[in-house]
Design a protein around this ligand. Structure first.
Ligand code: PMP
Length: 408
């Protein structure tokens, strides 16, 4: 008799889990149809539908392999010092900010975006007086669990307006306005997942003023820097606005998308403080948070990132490859929009070209999604989110046919 006999299987329903991109892929893999299409994946694909390893990453790895001085000793608890400095510079800006120069920023290497969020959450639960974090509605499905498990209470603020398929700025400002002073606020730095809807710079400024006037604590999730617009600086503007005003903020960075390092699990958590003395005390406590979780971070991914960020040639090559990925996604948006216009599909589809980043929040209902899966073998999460990176010129017509059939 198994001591685990009473354990129930975890839910694995691909269609009914509203955000289960992983579960969608399970269903996709089981489908024998030759025209099947997986638009659930949260990873970049080439025009041929293949995963992509950046050429610059291959070059950096070659350099690392040839360097016989590299050993496999443990990294410090906070990771590579170089990597941490370069990561802070990447998100805060090259001539960055008095914050870096004044040693106001403490950065620790973490396990990609997820790990950075979790370390930040654990630190806050232990050392911050406000235990409530507000996350946008909707948001990436993992946010609620990450913050809850760290011991924070999770509430939502209004974000997406299904009628306009854009930002509900009024609702957002009202909800932040009624949040208790000091509350933590999760913000997507750019390319909001799953909606693809970002505030304009003017709206960011409105949000910033409200946050500062109410002493809320901004926690940026930056999972798509450079991947959204193709510009690393452009996609960091929201964060830089907040750091520029001298107030505190948290930033979780991921290199999964913008360097295609998904499985290497490389990212960073930066905490911007008001004084260098506070920043160094914060860092000492971050070590105590990290030590019992995983002791110290892995070497390989962070070595690749450092090699690229500190070499001018590699860095330039990276920006070109990054822009090419972003441009392909933007092209897919145009092609899908044009294909729906050509079919005279009822409704306004301009949000497909207005939204930003990897995903389009189509506005299709769960029922319509189920129809597309059943009749057209197209797999997407039931909230109607499609991964533009999973599309190609070859598959756009099939998707447009399916959407057309679903709404008519
Ligand atoms: N935040 C958001 C909004 C994301 O979309 C993702 C990736 N899907 C992450 C964080 C974390 O990804 P990773 O842990 O792979 O860096």
């Amino acid at each position: 008799h198994s001591i685990f006999a009473n354990i129930l299987p975890a839910p694995e329903d691909p269609i009914l889990d509203p955000r289960g991109a992983v579960f969608v892929t399970v269903a996709y893999n089981k489908d024998p149809s030759p025209v099947k299409l997986n638009l659930g994946v949260g990873a970049y694909r080439t025009e041929e539908g293949k995963p992509l390893v950046l050429n610059v990453v291959r070059r950096a790895e070659q350099l690392l392999v040839n360097d016989r001085s590299r050993v496999k000793e443990y990294l410090p608890i906070v990771g590579f010092a170089d990597f941490n400095k370069l990561s802070a510079k990447l998100i805060l800006g090259a001539d960055s900010s008095p914050a870096i120069k004044g040693n106001l920023v403490t950065t620790v290497q973490c396990l990609s975006g997820t790990g950075s969020l979790r370390v930040g959450a654990e630190f806050l639960a232990k050392h911050y007086y406000q235990r409530t974090i507000y996350i946008p509605n909707p948001t990436w499905g993992n946010h609620t669990k990450i913050f809850n498990l760290a011991g924070l209470a999770v509430k939502t603020y209004r974000y997406y307006d299904p009628l306009t398929r854009g930002l509900n700025i009024q609702g957002l400002l009202e909800d932040l306005g009624s949040a208790p002073s000091g509350a933590i606020l999760l913000l997507h730095a750019c390319a909001h997942n799953p909606t693809g809807v970002d505030p304009t710079l003017e709206q960011w400024e409105q949000i910033r003023r409200l946050i500062r006037s109410k002493s809320l604590l901004p926690f940026f999730d930056s999972a798509y820097q450079g991947f959204a617009s193709g510009s690393l600086d452009g996609d960091a503007q929201s964060v830089r606005m907040f750091v520029g005003d001298g107030g505190e903020c948290f930033i979780a960075q991921s290199y999964a998308k913008n360097m295609g390092l998904y499985g290497e699990r490389v990212g960073a958590l930066s905490i911007v403080c008001r004084t260098a003395d506070v920043a160094s005390r914060v860092e000492s406590q971050l070590k105590l948070v990290i030590r019992p979780m995983y002791s110290s971070p892995p070497i390989h991914g962070a070595s690749i990132v450092s090699a690229i960020l500190k070499d001018r040639n590699l860095y330039n090559e990276w920006t070109l490859e990054l822009k090419a990925m972003a441009d392909r996604i933007i092209t897919m948006r145009k092609q899908l929009f044009d294909a729906l216009c050509a079919r005279g599909t009822p409704g306004d589809w301009s949000h497909i070209i207005k939204q930003i980043g990897m995903f389009t929040f189509t506005g299709l209902s769960t029922k319509q999604v189920m129809f597309m899966t059943k009749e057209y073998h197209i797999y997407l999460t039931s909230d109607g989110r499609i991964s533009m990176a999973g599309l190609s010129s070859r598959t756009v017509p099939h998707l447009a046919d399916a959407i057309h059939a679903a709404v008519t």
